[in-house]
Write a protein that binds this ligand. Structure first.
Ligand code: UN1
Length: 498
């Protein structure tokens, strides 16, 4: 019998869902049922938002350093339960244990970072135009935050959103992806154990069109933070725009790694393998285009294929596995579909993979690491986000052509260039249109204290994590204190004769 997990609303676990229940199965072995979850809708969202709204006055008045102490305890508990959460996350979404441990570590780092913000959250004090007057800026919470998170970082992404929301004094409702609901349950249990007061954090399981949409549309929600596809992001932006809600979107990517002719090739190949096939290519930051100078293209291609061939596919729970399954059947069909499209494109050549493996792996949603050569910017496999272990190699003749190819995309999340030429490295930093640029490192592996997000269709201008994460979840207030004891008129008394 699979365990029945609940929603967490106003400090209570409730396993019943107004729209029934759904199962969560392991992508490595779909006969392994991890749990049964409530399929929620309007009713549960209503109850959760109400609980969060009721908890808001007390939580927002709790001193921020005190909120920080609770977050520090959340970090301690995540450390204590790191292995257990990692195993559960691997079981439910598939990526290998070393990576789910990294996912939990990202949450721990995030907890300690924002715990510290409880004692900083700097505003500004500035001179004013008039004598005996004081000027400063402070952050205020927005209210109830609605967080909608994906399955690929089932622990880290909910922490990037919930910790800054909480430290700023907001309360929240989290709707995790249906492919990773159990990891979100663990996070809630940890919030509870760490002493987060009831109603401050709420968890509602369900799908996007019903549960997610009810959260986005709820009039008492002040800010929505969403990570997922550009298509859904656009719809959320439309809905929140209509009601003037703040909305922070972290959407698709089609990240490229450039390899110049002077690059350390060993390093560049190692980086490309990790960037393309780590997390089975299911990161927003994954490397899906490899833009290579023609002088090194054939050597790099040959060696990359050789090494990709050796990657060990398997259940992520086995320590020797290097590449886990895709998250579900739909994703596998999507990736396989793109491999068909790639093979039909004029000039593209499939060098490796392109299909699901047979044998004992055929019962899970595995997909072979895939390499295409001869890819050009006009092709769909160059332009569209695949979200799987597929990399396309693009040959270029110059640095300028490499940058132009990298920028020839509707997305702009992460990017990378391998070169030993410091001038080129700095030109790349200046010219690449992306939210993240790595020099001599792969496109994946952002750290929690730097801004995370991208340009163009990757988002709507916000940056998660770091200090900029606070901007998503707070409103600035300008404060003027006039201690002159008389009416002072700004702009008029300061320039009386103009
Ligand atoms: C994502 O894929 O949405 O930068 C997040 C990285 C990770 C986070 C990825 N730290 O690869």
């Amino acid at each position: 019998m699979a365990a029945a997990y609940g929603n967490f609303i106003n400090g209570k676990w409730i396993t019943k869902g107004s729209r029934g229940t759904f199962e969560n199965r392991s992508p490595a072995d779909p006969s392994d049922v991890i749990g049964i979850f409530p399929e929620s809708g309007h009713e549960e969202i209503e109850a959760a938002v109400r609980a969060a709204a009721e908890a808001l006055p007390a939580w927002s008045r709790t001193p921020a350093p005190r909120r920080g102490e609770i977050l520090r305890r959340v970090g301690d508990l995540l450390s204590k339960h790191k292995d257990e959460i990692a195993k559960l996350a691997t079981r439910e979404m598939g990526k290998v244990l070393a990576e789910t441990r990294g996912d939990v570590q990202e949450g721990i780092d995030c907890a300690y970072y924002y715990a510290g913000e409880g004692r900083r959250m700097f505003g500004q004090t500035v001179p004013t135009e008039l004598p005996n007057k004081f000027g400063m800026s402070i952050r205020r919470p927005i209210g109830v935050a609605g967080l909608i998170t994906p399955w690929n970082f089932p622990l880290a992404i909910p922490t990037w959103k919930s910790f800054p929301a909480l430290i700023c004094g907001n309360t929240l409702v989290l709707k995790p992806a249906e492919d990773s609901p159990a990891t979100a349950v663990k996070l809630m249990e940890i919030f509870e154990e760490a002493g987060v007061p009831k109603g401050v954090v709420n968890l509602v399981h369900g799908d996007g069109p019903n549960t997610g949409a009810a959260l986005v549309k709820h009039e008492k929600i002040g800010v929505i933070s969403f990570t997922g596809s550009s298509e859904t992001g656009r719809e959320i932006a439309r809905l929140t725009g209509g009601s003037l809600k703040r909305c922070s979107l972290e959407l698709g990517g089609k990240n490229a790694q450039i390899v110049m002719e002077d690059a350390d090739l060993d390093l560049a190949i190692e980086g490309a393998l990790w960037g393309a096939f780590g997390t089975t290519g299911q990161r927003c930051t994954a490397t899906s285009r490899l833009i290579v100078h023609k002088k090194v293209a054939s050597e790099l291609t040959g060696r990359l294929v050789e090494q990709a061939k050796k990657l060990k596919l398997g259940n992520g729970l086995e320590e020797s596995t290097q590449v886990g399954p895709l998250v579900n059947k739909t994703q596998r069909e999507r990736v396989a579909g793109y491999c068909m499209v790639g093979q039909e494109e004029d000039g593209a050549k499939l060098l490796l993979g392109g299909k699901a493996p047979g044998g004992k792996l055929s019962k899970g949603y595995f997909f072979e690491p895939t390499v295409f050569a001869g890819v050009t910017p006009k092709m769909r496999i160059f332009q569209e986000e695949i979200f799987g272990p597929v990399i396309g190699i693009v040959e270029v003749k110059s640095f300028e052509e490499a940058i132009a190819a990298l920028n020839d995309s509707r997305y702009g999340l992460s990017s990378s260039i391998y070169t030993k030429d410091v001038n080129r490295a700095f030109k790349a930093i200046e010219q690449i249109e992306a939210g993240i640029t790595y020099i001599n490192g792969p496109t994946i592996g952002a750290e929690v204290h730097l801004p995370f997000g991208g340009v163009k269709d990757t988002g709507n201008g916000h940056r998660e994590a770091g200090i900029t994460g606070l901007d998503i979840f707070s409103e600035w207030k300008a404060v003027y204190v006039d201690y002159s004891g008389k009416l002072q008129k700004a702009q008029i008394d300061t320039h009386p004769d103009d």
